[in-house]
Design a protein. Structure first.
Lengths: 952, 156
């Protein structure tokens, strides 16, 4: 009693509070005679029934009135550059998964998520931190970005997405009744509402497991993915919506599905070849697309994977995106065998009808059909695997265009694409078939039914992709295998995101476009804010420094003309700085350890270089090593030492090998003039000045290097000096990374990196690169003409992140290149390497230069391996192309312009060492290599001769 | 690995050549016979409806019409497109939504809505009216008191 009264009081109090501020006339309502009448409540809200079959979406479960489907997102599978057996295994694994789904319907949907070039540009600009300031009067960064986008106008890095819906269960009357009564039941008996899905739990778990195993590698679709799939299906053929409605945290109720169905509507004229889809909301409002829906017709036998592509993947070759929708029913064996026997008796009775009743010859096809029935029966009953399981399936494709003509043209090119082996049909009832693409919709009709084994269905491999690179890096070109999509690559993504090393190998034969690719990469990343140091022994890359927009930030250095001591082996190893170790646990200790390591590296390097400079016969003697080692140890590993101190230490050697030490010292002293780059002049250390350049190109034009395949023992002095200098130059290049902040994006490119396998310290350098490239955010680019050079360095392949392989003609080189790419050898891919880009002798009499874009096989280190075409075309990069054109052409220009340019950048060089006459002579000696003895006799007495005798 | 479909097995052309030992000069599938019989009956029915009497010539013409119609229908069906599928596609073509060219509705008009400035009030009883008359006097008096000093706007 009290309770009630109090309650009433409170209510009236509330009432007063509510109406206190209201219009005084409102108060009159209290005396209105019909005040007791009930207002329409929830019951009066008109109920909403979606125009599609789907009724609700809970997680990855989609419920229609009759069925429950579980939707999965399938993982993309690499197809190119895998061996046939790997591909067969993949197909068999998928077939096995299909076979486990006996008695169920599946709905396979292939759609695309576009990634237009403008989105790449946005990502690229965001990624270009601390980019190169624009130089007035040259190509600015903005113009460069505009040019890049114009070059790929309208192209897209669309990503294919494959979804698979699997029927979990059909729903019964009870389930539907419970769903209908859900609003009431939720208050009275909340458990009953969820009972249906709870009961399915183990079933769904089983499906998750089947689809998730190797092969399809599907994972339950997320709410966002379900929303995307529904959107793409309900507005089939329309451009992707720029922004999707927010994904709810809870289940989609029938009313929520309106957000999908209202986005577009479909209509068609009777027997028109396309269905028109009209966008109504969002970014697609008012946009109309004509969608041509096709279906897969009769199919010949296909040789997958040996000859033919997976047949769904083939559609990726079309320049427009193709949507797929396949309904697959996996049949139970008993069902099939009954049908087969019926079919067999049909054939028999026909044969009897022809022969017995009419005395005619039966058509050949009947005998063939009887044979095929027996074959299928055999496939199904033999073996323990379920790969003989049969499916019934309907495969539909949709292409769209802004006009009916455009859509039909695409449909026609799809027909052509599949032509000889697979018939693509264009059925009527376009609207009905277009609706099949929407998850949950029933099959519109049974025409164009394709029957086959699960193996046949699996060989469609819709998940096969041809993706390589990333979506924020510099544009390299486009893929040229199954699809044509732009390839972008961010050389620092591996270190910054994937925790991988920054080592890249670039292998290609002469004229295969190594310097073009590398130069383009350097140019584009410089624009995006990277710092590069290039070691280019032959020198054409110094042309990069002449590009007007780079010139203020670039410095070419010809090491052979540089100051004495620039290649001092004690200085090319950087001295660790304590501020780089502040993030370590014990900075002091780490720094000391690193210092000790640097000192050891210096000693090792000096020993290595000096041994390399000695004649091979002397260097091989054990005493030589002993005395050198001792001398090097005496000098220590300080950064301010130089090889001259080692010579002195050798002369002071007081051990039992004293005589030999003096001999070695004499030998080395003899070379001293030629080693001027290694030994600094008194009080004139070139490392005292520090410059901050974004691009440093170290060239060694005129260096004498041994030819390929000539053994170490046959090298001339000049050649071994050349190799050692190159080695030191590589160390110098490497040193540059320690002079810049740790997080800054840095790049190092060492051309002609073959010497790394020739000198013992090459491996030490490689290890340093591999270890520090991630920590110091460096991309190390090593290029060579012979892949075996890299393979000879132990453990190199394991350290490698990405690989570019250009055309190689030698069989062994091709196999080695495949090893670098981690691609099966002997599976026929050698041919691919041989056919990349142009081939010499293709047109022997051609007088025109081959200007076709060069092709490379690119392994991006993240699992993608693809054949790409390097494309730095576009008018905005013309000056870059001209600068990188290393092919000699006597007719080019008149030479004067070139001369002026070289003079130009000779001026800002660091105080150059002025070579005197003797050096010129020496340089000439070194060029010739063989005449050195005579030259020395004239120039410096008979020292060399004596030593030669001694060595002999 | 050679993969192929099982479609060939299901493409058996079941034909009826005629009664034993009496081979017809044409070969027709069972489907064609079935369709032919139905069409023939339909044609005969239509003839009756049109008032054509049953006779030799009318039946002969019906037969000719049946053959033409049956050929027309069977040309459109095949193993790929069975009769039922073709029929259902035909129905789907007819029932597909069309583009709406005529606009529905038009300019919104409120002409048919009755508008009155005041809502009807309940009639007051004598007692209430008396109270209401008394009230304003009191309120106006009290208000005059409360807002004393504020100039009242001049009445026109």
């Amino acid at each position: 009693m009290f309770g009630r009264r109090r309650d009433r009081d409170r209510r009236s109090a509330q009432h007063i509070a509510q109406h206190a501020a209201a219009d005084p006339r409102e108060r009159d309502r209290a005396s209105y005679s019909k005040r007791g009448r009930r207002l329409p409540g929830e019951q009066a809200v008109p109920s909403y029934t979606p125009s599609i079959a789907a009724r609700s979406i809970d997680g990855h479960l989609l419920r229609t009135g009759q069925e429950v489907y579980a939707w999965y997102r399938l993982a993309p599978q690499r197809w190119s550059f895998r061996s046939d057996s790997q591909r067969q295994d993949l197909i068999a694994a998928i077939a096995g998964q299909y076979a486990e789904l006996q008695g169920r319907w599946m709905h396979l949907r292939v759609t695309t998520r576009p990634y237009p070039i403008r989105m790449w540009a946005e990502a690229h600009v965001h990624n270009a931190v601390k980019r190169l300031p624009d130089t007035p009067g040259t190509l600015s960064f903005d113009d460069y970005m505009v040019g890049e986008q114009q070059q790929l106008m309208g192209r897209s890095m669309a990503e294919k997405e494959v979804y698979l819906g699997v029927q979990v269960q059909t729903r019964n009357m009870m389930d539907r009744a419970v769903e209908r009564a859900a609003p009431v039941l939720r208050k009275v008996f909340p458990d009953a509402v969820d009972a249906e899905l709870v009961a399915l739990d183990s079933e769904v778990e089983h499906l998750d497991q089947v689809i998730g195993s190797a092969g399809l590698e599907g994972r339950p679709a997320t709410a966002e993915e379900m929303s995307w799939l529904m959107h793409r299906s309900c507005s089939l053929g329309l451009p992707a919506p720029r922004n999707l409605p927010a994904v709810p945290g809870a289940a989609w109720e029938p009313e929520d599905l309106a957000s999908f169905t209202d986005a577009a509507d479909f209509h068609q004229e009777p027997y028109s070849p396309t269905v028109t889809v009209r966008g109504r909301t969002g970014s697609n409002a008012g946009i109309k697309r004509h969608v041509a829906v096709l279906t897969v017709g009769l199919m010949h036998g296909l040789q997958i994977p040996e000859v033919d592509d997976p047949w769904v993947q083939r559609a990726d070759r079309l320049p427009a995106s193709v949507e797929w929708s396949a309904r697959i029913y996996v049949r139970k064996p008993e069902e099939v065998s009954g049908e087969l026997s019926r079919q067999m008796s049909k054939v028999r009775s026909q044969v009897r009808h022809y022969t017995d009743e009419h005395e005619l010859d039966p058509p050949q096809s009947l005998a063939r059909q009887a044979g095929r029935v027996l074959e299928i029966d055999d496939e199904m009953t033999s073996g323990f695997t379920a790969l003989g399981t049969r499916v019934r399936s309907w495969w539909r494709l949709a292409v769209s265009g802004p006009t009916e003509r455009e859509a039909l043209r695409l449909a026609q090119s799809l027909l052509e694409l599949y032509k000889p082996k697979i018939a693509i049909e264009h059925p009527e009832a376009q609207y009905a078939i277009a609706r099949e693409f929407i998850p949950g919709e029933p099959l519109s009709n049974g025409a164009y039914l394709r029957r086959g084994s699960v193996l046949w269905a699996a060989s469609a491999v819709p998940t096969a992709t041809a993706e390589v690179g990333d979506r924020r890096g510099i544009l390299l070109g486009e893929t040229v295998t199954a699809t044509r999509r732009p390839v972008a690559w961010d050389p620092w993504m591996a270190q910054e995101l994937r925790d991988a090393s920054g080592l890249t190998a670039m292998v290609a034969g002469l004229g295969a476009g190594k310097s073009f690719l590398g130069g383009g990469m350097v140019y584009k990343t410089l624009r995006a804010g990277a710092h590069w140091t290039l070691l280019d022994p032959s020198g054409p890359l110094s042309a990069l420094c002449d590009l007007p927009e780079l010139r203020p930030y670039a410095r070419p250095i010809n090491l052979l003309n540089a100051q004495p001591g620039i290649l001092n082996p004690y200085r090319v190893v950087a001295e660790p700085m304590i501020e780089h170790f502040l993030d370590e646990e014990d900075p002091e200790r780490a720094w000391r350890r690193e210092k000790a390591l640097a000192a050891a590296t210096r000693r090792r390097l000096v020993l290595d270089v000096l041994t390399g400079l000695l004649p091979f016969e002397v260097a091989r003697l054990p005493q030589t090593r002993i005395v050198l080692l001792r001398a090097v140890r005496t000098v220590g590993g300080r950064f301010d030492a130089h090889p001259g101190l080692v010579f002195e230490a050798l002369r002071r050697d007081a051990s039992e090998h004293h005589e030999h030490a003096v001999v070695v010292a004499d030998f080395l002293d003899e070379m001293r003039e030629r080693m001027s780059l290694l030994i600094p002049e008194e009080n004139h250390d070139p490392y005292n000045e520090v410059r901050d350049d974004r691009l440093t190109v170290l060239t060694m034009a005129g260096l004498n290097l041994p030819k390929d395949g000539v053994g170490r023992e046959h090298w001339t002095d000049a050649e071994s000096l050349g190799v050692e200098m190159l080695n030191l130059a590589a160390w110098l290049t490497q040193r540059s990374i320690y002079e810049k902040p740790k997080d800054q994006r840095k790049g190092v490119w060492i051309d002609e990196a073959f010497f790394l396998s020739e000198v013992p310290t090459g491996r030490v350098l490689m290890n340093r690169f591999a270890r520090d490239s991630r920590k110091w955010n460096v991309r190390v680019l090593l290029s060579s003409q012979i892949p075996a050079d890299f393979l000879r360095i132990q453990g190199f392949v394991a350290l490698l992140d990405s690989v570019f392989v250009g055309r190689l003609d030698d069989d062994q080189a091709q196999a080695d290149a495949l090893r670098l790419l981690k691609v099966p050898v002997g599976a026929g891919y050698e041919q691919v390497i041989a056919s990349l880009g142009r081939r010499p002798g293709g047109e022997r009499t051609a007088t025109e230069r081959d200007r076709a874009p060069r092709q490379f096989v690119f392994g991006d280190g993240a699992g993608g391996v693809e054949r790409i075409r390097i494309d730095f075309s576009g008018p905005h990069l013309e000056h870059l192309r001209n600068a990188l054109d290393t092919t000699p052409d006597a007719k080019r220009g008149n030479g004067s312009g070139e001369l002026v340019k070289t003079d130009d950048h000779a001026a800002p060089q660091p105080p150059a060492y002025v070579p005197d006459e003797i050096d010129d002579e020496l340089a000439a000696d070194m060029e010739l290599g063989l005449t050195e003895d005579e030259a020395h006799l004239v120039g410096h007495g008979d020292g060399t001769n004596r030593h030669r005798d001694g060595a002999a | 690995m050679r993969v192929r479909t099982d479609d060939e097995v299901y493409r058996v052309d079941a034909v009826w050549l005629g009664p034993p030992k009496a081979t017809f000069p044409w070969r027709a599938r069972y489907v064609a016979w079935g369709v032919g019989i139905v069409v023939f009956l339909v044609v005969l029915t239509i003839e009756r409806q049109m008032g054509v009497g049953f006779g030799f010539f009318s039946t002969a013409w019906a037969l000719v019409a049946t053959i033409i119609l049956t050929r027309f229908i069977t040309q459109r069906i095949s193993h790929e497109r069975p009769l039922t599928a073709v029929m259902s596609m035909w129905v789907r073509e007819l029932t597909a939504p069309r583009e709406r060219t005529a606009s529905a509705g038009g300019a919104a008009s409120a002409a048919r809505i009755r508008v009155s400035p005041q809502r009807p009030r309940p009639k007051l009883s004598k007692k209430q009216r008396a109270r209401q008359q008394a009230q304003p006097r009191r309120t106006s008096a009290s208000r005059k008191k409360e807002v004393r000093g504020v100039r009242t706007p001049a009445r026109p």
